[in-house]
Design a protein around this ligand. Structure first.
Ligand code: SF4
Length: 273
């Protein structure tokens, strides 16, 4: 496994997607898109690991494959001595998560360099500091994928797994990548709160979670899903938002505190190492 912490197991069913493979949960072996086995922590972990294996080998979007690999070869001067990941980035976190964070896509010199969601750039610094302050992360920093960061009760994913030019995937790329996040959300069946960072992820999440009509995206927006689950909107942690003050640390903390409450997780505490 390329990551220290990730995934989990059964209890899902879908007809969408073309990235199926045999379920890796113990004793299952059904095509993952049809598996409806009993859900346990180990089964979730195995199923998420199966998704991860497919994600990291995916080459379905020619433009994005070319871009992620070009960036990895050319590198930014500050990282010229590093070996870039240069591949699709899998989800990261606690397979038993009650809160799922949905971003946009890997940053060229962040996750595309380090191989872990929101790791190695200022957006990640913001996100993980907030998740540490609100009890989801065991440390406030996220520098590389072997830095010991662990999440409790939270999983981080994105609708698009390859770094796109200008951070703008095309609609076709979004739709091609959609089965991966779709399967993750089905596997993460303990989730009660979906924290969506920005309008792009919000649009995809609304489609996957059956939100119709779709309320206009806003920071702090809460969309009840009718079964005790809630979709919660936040401005993205992009530098464009954090540098300009559109998103402050207090605003982001408030989102995660609210996410805890909606997921019945109790007040923030420090996650043990
Ligand atoms: S964006 Fe998604 S579907 Fe496209 S190549 Fe990357 S992992 Fe594959």
């Amino acid at each position: 496994m390329p990551h220290e912490q990730h995934q989990g197991g059964g209890g899902w069913s879908t007809t969408a997607g073309r990235h199926g493979s045999p379920c890796a949960a113990d004793g299952c072996g059904q095509p993952t898109l049809r598996c409806v086995g009993s859900t346990s922590s180990s089964a979730r972990r195995a199923a998420l690991a199966a998704v991860e294996r497919e994600v990291v080998d995916c080459r379905a979007c020619p433009r994005l494959v070319e871009w992620r690999e070009l960036v990895a070869r050319e590198k930014r001067a500050a990282f010229r001595d590093e070996e870039y990941w240069g591949r699709p980035v899998p989800g990261f976190g606690d397979p038993d998560a009650r809160v799922v964070v949905i971003g946009l896509a890997p940053a060229a010199h962040g996750a595309n360099r380090t191989g872990r969601m929101f790791t190695g750039d200022r957006s990640g610094d913001w996100l993980y500091r907030a998740m540490w302050r609100t009890g989801f992360a065991n440390q406030p920093t996220s520098e590389h994928r072997d830095d010991g960061l662990r999440l409790t009760d939270a999983w981080i994913t994105a609708p698009v797994r390859c770094a796109p030019p200008q951070n703008k995937p095309t609609p076709e790329e979004r739709d091609t990548c959609r089965p991966y996040i779709e399967r993750e959300l089905e596997i993460l069946d303990r989730a009660r709160t979906y924290v969506v960072l920005g309008a792009f992820g919000y649009g995809v999440a609304c489609g996957l979670l059956g939100v119709r009509p779709r309320p206009r995206f806003a920071h702090g927006l809460e969309v009840p899903l009718g079964d005790g689950r809630t979709l919660l909107g936040s401005y993205h942690v992009s530098q464009q938002n954090t540098f300009t003050g559109k998103l402050t640390e207090q605003m982001l903390d408030d989102v995660f505190v609210r996410a805890r409450a909606l997921a019945d997780l109790g007040p923030p505490g420090t996650v043990g190492t």
